[in-house]
Design a protein around this ligand. Structure first.
Ligand code: PMP
Length: 441
């Protein structure tokens, strides 16, 4: 067989993998075939410890019977119905349940299929809210360097990842970025650093001074930047953002796609930090990762303004997805929220936090470790660059997989976000493995 024909028959080449070094992967695939509890199994049958909760998605553990049964029941009863001009019971039930859980004031819920879609939806709500109130000049968004708000056009534009600009160009016009919050004086701090909070947040004030506060529709941040390496906001930072937004009529959007549903040791990061946004995005753990789903929580009066501005028969918000509030996703989400309540899982996660952060901090004696940080059950370890940025991080990912540990890396930063069901022994095993791997690269 020619080399080209052999390649064509290779079952790995037809799937173009997301956020993956495809060529590298085809040469050394890492395929996960099965999961249960805190473990995966690869195709060779080797057991792997999941230290990332899927992709921050699965705090209740893999293979939850309650979710599987709820999904099956829903498929038997109603597989799908169009979400435009029709409703299904589960969507209303889920929105109602979320409204009880969310910080006070955030009690209108719009559904989407992914975190990226949730971000686009939130930004569009912000624009329309201002327009119906005669403030159509508010078209600008403020995001942050090293922010990640998904892959869609507005989301990557308000995000602050250089690689998007390298690959896709200019992005949405009218977007400004504040500095990120990972600063030298807060290095090796667990929890919130003491330094720089107000000064960093005053970047928003500088945008106001430069562009005019009444041209800015919204400021969007992850309370803790997740995907770019767990950047914890210094003390006073989010409070100061809130104050500047209030002063200038700018909507504050928290992207809680990673932080939501107990990850911070509280139901939402807004609760953890005591700062309530005007709009909040959620995804991932909303269904324990079992079915794609996302949601946007909206302040009641924001929705009301948009409803009030339209005529009695008008579609007030000209926006929605074929899979907005999919009945099967709603069934998965309702079953997930029940597990969170019945197992008191957020409290169980919170109880794990001190030991987890202590373990992350304990890695600082390893010579290649240049920073450790964390908040709740989100932790990060920066490694000194070895040649090209990302090379050492990738070596860690690869060696970890070979050693029975699934972790996440962002360039040369190792990220851990264990499940809330992780036992003390499993946490010990996770860090014993990680220490061995870091010592070996
Ligand atoms: N926002 C944040 C904060 C995220 O972490 C992510 C995904 N990691 C997204 C948005 C995008 O979500 P999705 O991949 O589901 O589109």
């Amino acid at each position: 067989m020619s080399q080209a024909a052999a390649r064509f028959n290779d079952p790995l080449i037809h799937h173009w993998m997301p956020f993956t070094a495809n060529k590298q992967f085809q040469d050394a695939p890492r395929i996960i075939a099965r999961a249960e509890g805190v473990h995966y199994w690869n195709t060779a049958g080797d057991k792997l410890l999941d230290s990332v909760s899927g992709l921050y998605t699965t705090p209740a553990g893999h293979g939850r019977r309650e979710i599987r049964e709820a999904v099956t029941r829903q498929l038997e009863e109603l597989d799908y119905a169009p979400p435009f001009q029709f409703g299904v019971p589960g969507t209303f039930r889920l929105a109602h349940e979320l409204a009880q859980m969310l910080p006070a004031g955030l009690n209108r819920v719009f559904f989407a299929g992914s975190g990226s879609e949730a971000v686009e939806s939130a930004l569009k709500v912000a624009i329309q809210y201002h327009r119906v109130r005669g403030q159509g000049q508010r078209q600008r968004f403020v995001g942050r360097a090293r922010g990640y708000h998904g892959v869609n056009f507005a989301g990557w534009s308000v995000g602050g990842m250089v690689k998007n600009r390298d690959a896709f160009g200019l992005g949405l016009p009218g977007v400004s970025h504040m500095r990120h919050t990972h600063i030298e004086p807060n290095r090796f701090v667990m929890g919130q650093g003491d330094h720089g909070g107000v000064d960093l947040a005053d970047d928003l004030q500088r945008m106001v001074d430069l562009h005019g506060g009444d041209t800015i529709a919204a400021c969007i941040v992850e309370p803790i930047a997740g995907s770019t390496g767990v950047l914890v906001p210094p003390k006073g930072y989010l409070e100061r953002l809130r104050a500047i937004c209030d002063q200038h009529g700018i909507l504050l959007i928290f992207d809680e796609v990673i932080c939501g549903f107990g990850r911070t040791g509280h139901p939402f990061a807004a609760d953890a930090f005591g700062v309530t946004p005007d709009l909040m995005t959620m995804a991932k753990a909303i269904t324990n990762g079992n079915i794609p789903m996302a949601a946007i929580a909206i302040r009641q009066d924001i929705q009301q303004a948009i409803l009030d501005a339209a005529g009695p028969d008008a579609i007030e918000f000209f926006h929605g997805y074929t899979y907005s509030g999919h009945p099967v996703a709603c069934a998965a989400a309702l079953a997930t929220l029940k597990i969170y309540r019945d197992d008191d899982l957020f409290a169980r996660g919170a109880a794990l936090v001190p030991k987890f952060l202590e373990r992350i901090a304990s890695l600082r004696d390893i010579p290649i470790v240049t920073d450790t940080r964390g908040f709740g059950l989100l932790g990060a370890v920066d490694l000194a660059t070895d040649g090209a940025p990302g090379k050492r991080g990738f070596a860690v990912l690869r060696r970890a997989f070979e050693s029975g540990l699934v972790l996440r890396v962002a360039s040369d930063t190792v990220i851990l976000s264990p499940m809330f069901i992780t036992t003390d022994d499993q946490l010990d095993e996770m860090f014993t493995l990680l220490r061995k791997i870091l010592a070996a690269v």
